[in-house]
Design a binder for this molecule. Sequence first.
Ligand SMILES: *Cc1c(COP(=O)(O)O)cnc(C)c1O
Length: 369
Amino acid sequence: MTTTIPFLDIAAAHEELRGELDTAYARVMQSSWFILGNEVTSFEAEFAAYCGADYCVGVGNGLDALHLILRGMDIGPGDEVLVPSNTFIATWLAVTQAGATPVPVEPVTSTYNMDPAQIEAAITPRTRAIIPVHLYGQPADMSPITAIAQQYGLKVIEDAAQAHGGTYRGKRTGILGDAAAFSFYPGKNLGALGDGGGVVTNDPVLGQRVRELSNYGSKQKYVHDLAGYNTRLDELQAAFLRAKLPVLDEWNKRRAALANRYMTQLSGTDVVLPVVIDSAESVWHLFVVRVKDRERVMRTLANAGVGIQIHYPIPPGRNGAYAGTPAAAIRCPIADTLSDEVLSLPIGPHMSSDQLDRVCEVLLVALKN
Ligand SMILES: *Cc1c(COP(=O)(O)O)cnc(C)c1O
């Protein structure tokens, strides 16, 4: 008998909120207003309030959120931006799209987040900003990062695509730097039913610039002050996100309970568990462990019907997209090792503790063989 344990059960999430999502859809259909209307304006206000920020600007996706922040800060050709050596490639691509150069900084091996102690060595006279990523849901160690940024006059841009609701020293992600980029890709902790993204900031000038850039560089219809883009959150997705935002904290709590259970069940084994620093609370977007002989362990889990993934099998700088660029020439041994060892186990607000126990059982058997 094989029971399948999905990596993330999005269908169950939507089943729980079917009534709210149906109402959201009906509201937008009824209004028949699809771009830049009340749903987006309301979601922006609600999500900004959730983060404790002054402004949120809905955009098309998380990559564009990062890109527009960089553009809004006038970061471009000739500039360097510090990025984690181990992140989803979008963090790097945003810098590249802005015309600037991504410069990798290695993580702390135990937390997977950017190592503040490695930052200064990467700073040059061309450095303009640091993009810490709250990887797998855990806020990066922001205090030392912002202290270095202040000392060198750099901007701090949070890549919060995996950490909606995460906190650092009691403050939510979104207000831990100069601006933050969120993704509402369906699989994220707060996910739409399609693509979506948001820029969160307390800086009114930057917020306004991002808003203009996202909408053809226009403040007033058919008047274009900037050579902008078309990357907006649409009404339907905003309505769905408004239906899902009220349960975000509850769903993050369910993830945390599962993470604790994994920690208990897998402690004292050969599985290397994730470490959360004292000042941070993770929202457990992913539960990432490290194992030796990963290929074999993965096969066993897959054969037992356990959905597993790798985040990420190739560090951004080792991808073909960066072949021959200066970033690819920088040695990143920690990112290389992590990409060989990390393994993401199933986690999500609709996973049961029985399912989790089964994953642990299969994993521990696989390790013994
Ligand atoms: C998902 C993600 C992004 C990009 O978000 P999209 O909405 O898919 O464009 C950026 N950075 C990180 C760390 C992500 O996980």
